[in-house]
Design a protein around this ligand. Structure first.
Ligand code: GDP
Length: 329
């Protein structure tokens, strides 16, 4: 209920405690400045350090001065392309760039972008990203931040910049993605008392059947009392909200049967705790697609919704799940 929040507090929340600049064009970036509205844990309990905020503001100035199509960019790129040798004095006054070509799946692209952005900040470079197939650029899908800690000249600086904040700073929904997020959130999730995210990723379905992975996730969830067991002793024809809290389970998986089986388990059945469980699965591709924008946007929508969960249960080794967990803080 934003009416109970003072204007100053509201602005602070909107801008993620100062992570986003107050100069953001609110009319054109409406989906970005509204994205905090879906977070139940808003304002975030994690605060960005003043040091990180000052580094981001300096970076923005540098990006504005040297970014694509700026006057400095046009001058510098010509020099870089045409000069064989640029002497030290000339180089010192020029803009420096780091050109990244993120590769593989969405989660991998995001973690490598965050890591590369951090490296760009640490070395006063402007980060440019190329998505075309043919580019000469630095290509990566790795999160190499731990190795930056090993460099003594970076170590001190990085500890002042908690990485969860870089994700919140860099990855905000586009207008199109935000429409999908809002529609799904408002239709299914806004009314729930609690939301549990399931992310089930099976890399080699021939050796680990989907059902085995799902059973593992479910038994972990029941054991930790995140979801209630079905009450087999008492039967209620159709459980009502009055009798208990409403929990939504959002299942993210490339396979529809994961969500369908869980849905069938809870459908019209009472639970021992009296809680009502509703299960949703957004979509399923049954295979991973690389470099397809529409597919990436849908994957991003799903990852973003997962990041809003009160509790996230994920199978191991998937960057998709790690990225959702990182964004959720
Ligand atoms: P990883 O391969 O699991 O480590 O994670 P990545 O995100 O790097 O790559 C997986 C790709 O497969 C993503 O870009 C998606 O296209 C797709 N994918 C995998 N799991 C899911 C899922 O649960 N939902 C959706 N929408 N896409 C998924």
């Amino acid at each position: 209920d934003s009416s109970s929040i003072s204007i100053a507090e509201y602005d602070k929340e909107q801008l993620f405690d100062g992570l986003l600049t107050s100069g953001l064009d609110q009319a054109s970036c409406i989906s970005k400045v509204q994205s905090h509205l879906y977070c139940k844990a808003s304002p975030s309990p994690h605060k960005p350090s003043p040091y990180l905020i000052s580094k981001l503001r300096s970076y923005e100035k540098l990006h504005k001065r040297c970014g694509i199509n700026s006057r400095d960019y046009n001058i510098n790129v010509k020099k870089i392309v045409h000069s064989k040798n640029i002497n030290r004095a000339a180089a010192a006054s020029m803009c420096k760039y780091l050109v990244l070509k993120p590769c593989n799946g969405l989660g991998n692209q995001m973690i490598t972008t965050a890591a590369t952005f951090l490296y760009a900040i640490l070395t006063d470079r402007v980060l440019l990203i190329r998505f075309d197939k043919e580019s000469m650029a630095y290509s990566s899908d790795q999160y190499f931040v731990p190795s930056l800690f090993m460099n003594p000249s970076f170590n001190l600086e990085i500890t002042k910049m908690f990485l969860y904040h870089l994700g919140r700073y860099l990855f905000l929904p586009s207008y199109e993605a935000s429409k999908l997020i809002r529609r799904f959130y408002e239709t299914y999730l806004a009314k729930e008392d609690e939301m549990i995210g399931f992310q089930i990723r099976v890399f080699i379905p021939d050796s680990v059947p989907q059902q085995v992975a799902m059973d593992l996730v479910l038994s972990c969830t029941l054991k930790n009392k995140l979801l209630p067991k079905i009450d087999t002793q008492n039967s209620v024809s159709s459980p009502t909200r009055k009798s208990g809290t409403l929990k939504a389970v959002l299942v993210a998986s490339l396979y529809p049967e994961n969500g369908e089986n869980l849905k069938a388990m809870y459908l019209n059945k009472p639970t021992v705790s009296g809680e009502l469980i509703e299960v949703y699965q957004l979509r399923h591709e049954e295979h991973q697609n690389f470099g397809d924008n529409k597919n990436s946007m849908k994957a991003w929508t799903e990852m973003y919704l997962l990041s809003l969960s009160d509790v996230l249960v994920a199978t191991s080794l998937s960057t998709f799940g790690y990225a959702a967990q990182g964004l959720g803080g």
